[in-house]
Write a new protein. Sequence first.
Length: 410
Amino acid sequence: MNTALNIANRYELKELELNALLEITQAINENLPENSLYKIYNFTLRANLKLGKLMLVVQDKKEWELKLSFGTDKDYTKIDESAYQLVDKRKILFPADLIDSPFDEFEVAIPVFHKNELLAVVFLGGVANSEERELIENHLNFIQALTNIIMVAIENKKMARERLEQEVYAKEMEIAKKVQQLLFPKSLPESSNFSIDAHYSPHHTVGGDYYDWLSIDEHRKIICIADVSGKGVPAALLMSNFQASLRTLLRKTSDLEEVIHDLNHQVFESANGENFITFFIALIDLKEKKLTYVNAGHNPPFLMSSNGRIEKLETGTLVLGALREIPFLEIGTTDIDKTQTLLLYTDGLTEAFNEKEEEFGPERVMDILNKNITAKPSLILSSILNEIDAFIGKRALSDDITLLACQYHV
């Protein structure tokens, strides 16, 4: 009688195994979310195998996370992850193997691997009697297979999600790169009394560097450079809006005080105070022989005069967009004496590091300029780029580098 009952129970379990596998496979084919798969798995084991204790822990990026827990005495969310090394073996563990471990309340621990990587461990315990314990032990291969199917399906979902995120990120970078390229002027002036050369070295990600120039009239020219906080599409879009606002303002006025206040308002409203822009703008008036500028928290440009003098242009205000209203603003002015060259740059230049963790710094830029006081803009930029390449060696850039050299004379 017992033999016949035992055979019937075994047959019933095999039928339950088959039905469970079919249900899980159907759920995976229907692309149900991870939580639904875990619920089906939980119900299958608890309802069909009469377990008193069940726990499933999953390893994600080298960290363990408790996904299912039922009937346990301890709080396993607080167990140190090193404890799970006790079950990091390619075999089913029984009570004798778990003595003096944090998991000794369980009777079985089943590791689940995929391509030599431990994905999860399922702990079982609390079976009602010895006959059922024997049936559970005969059922371990099925439990291992079922867990493996679930975990591999969830792992595939994660990989698909990561691939999609990478594709979206790559697309965003492509869009941001195109937006940024559209911001740069299509041509640069090169005349007898006013010429510009510029260079942009992108980092791995697309940043928010921007430079521009504009001719107000025959004698007055605007040059500027900016760097927005943040990366990618948001930074590119904010800078695109910034450029549009700047060009609109300059068509109405060349008053730098008015321009700066309006730009600050536009940036603050666009970014809700969450991003800011460092900005330098200069108005070169060749007729009045006057350079007027505002430095809004940007790296101070270098002004070189043909007499050998080099000065930093630091006068101005805070970064744009950090505050609703600018608390102070000072307009910088300097006379134009014969030939002058203005070097604008972003912090990617001075904050570049070499393999010894040394910073390039503004002093090295100053040394290069001292050797090129009367050089053309193109030669100045090539000298800087050669020096920075030699300095960083094999180390990659940590940020974008944008350079603009403007030479003019009266």
